[in-house]
Design a protein around this ligand. Structure first.
Ligand SMILES: C[S@@+](CC[C@H](N)C(=O)[O-])C[C@H]1O[C@@H](n2cnc3c(N)ncnc32)[C@H](O)[C@@H]1O
Length: 204
């Protein structure tokens, strides 16, 4: 069931209409950098990032669901990518030990390493996060002083899509306000995505 969902996330992420190549180009990730993909789902972006950062960099797919992380781990192994570190987290914290029942906690990284990331990438996940200002503030513990936070989130949209009906969206204005409250500056914004807004932040 979870694998089916993971595959569905990847299919959507890779659909040309969702412009993954343009997203990757806009981020301008470089060899040797470290990046966390929070709410990594099926890991489509994690795997692409891993190819770009290469052996000298690290990619941390971060999720609350261990099944998704195992799916990503297996895909990375098949593709011979050794720089992927699946990281299990709880809903509102990134540094807690693995406590998920019946899960082999030794098979995943437990919590993100501090002050080590060049980028934190969050695509289609902020609507799931409780207490976002507090959560965003906490992200500062994991990025380097010049690290960036990238947020791609669904717009409300005009038609009756899944994400509109189920409230899976947060407006760009709200995200910018929350990020400012949490201590970030809006650095860049892009408007080439049909369904989402796309913003990049640095520390104030
Ligand atoms: C809609 S999917 C997006 C997947 C992927 N980012 C993409 O763009 O294809 C949302 C993902 O976020 C995860 N998630 C939900 N709440 C989370 C949280 N509080 N922290 C980390 N991941 C979370 C879900 O398990 C799911 O894998």
């Amino acid at each position: 069931m979870k694998n089916r969902l993971a595959k569905m996330f990847n299919k959507k992420a890779s659909d040309p209409k969702n412009k993954s190549d343009q997203i990757i180009e806009a981020i301008n990730l470089k060899e040797g950098q470290n990046v966390a993909d929070i709410g990594s789902g099926g890991g489509y972006f994690s795997l692409r990032f891993a190819v770009i950062v290469g052996e000298k960099g690290k990619v941390y797919p971060v999720d609350t669901k261990s099944k998704f992380l195992e799916f990503i781990k297996n895909n990375a192994k098949e593709k011979g990518l050794n720089n992927i570190k699946p990281t299990l987290v709880s809903e509102d914290r990134l540094d807690l030990p693995c406590t998920i029942e019946n899960h082999d906690c030794k098979s995943v990284v437990q919590g993100l390493p501090e002050k080590s990331l060049d980028f934190i990438f969050m695509r289609n996940v902020t609507h799931h996060i409780p207490n976002r200002v507090k959560y965003f503030r906490n992200l500062k513990n994991f990025i380097k002083p010049d690290g960036k936070i990238i947020i791609i989130e669904y717009k409300k949209g005009k038609s009756f899509t899944f994400h509109r009906i189920f409230g899976h969206n947060v407006s760009k204005e709200i995200i910018i306000k929350e990020m400012e409250k949490a201590g970030y500056l809006l650095e860049k914004e892009f408007d080439f995505l049909p369904e989402q807004h796309f913003t990049i932040y640095s520390r104030k």
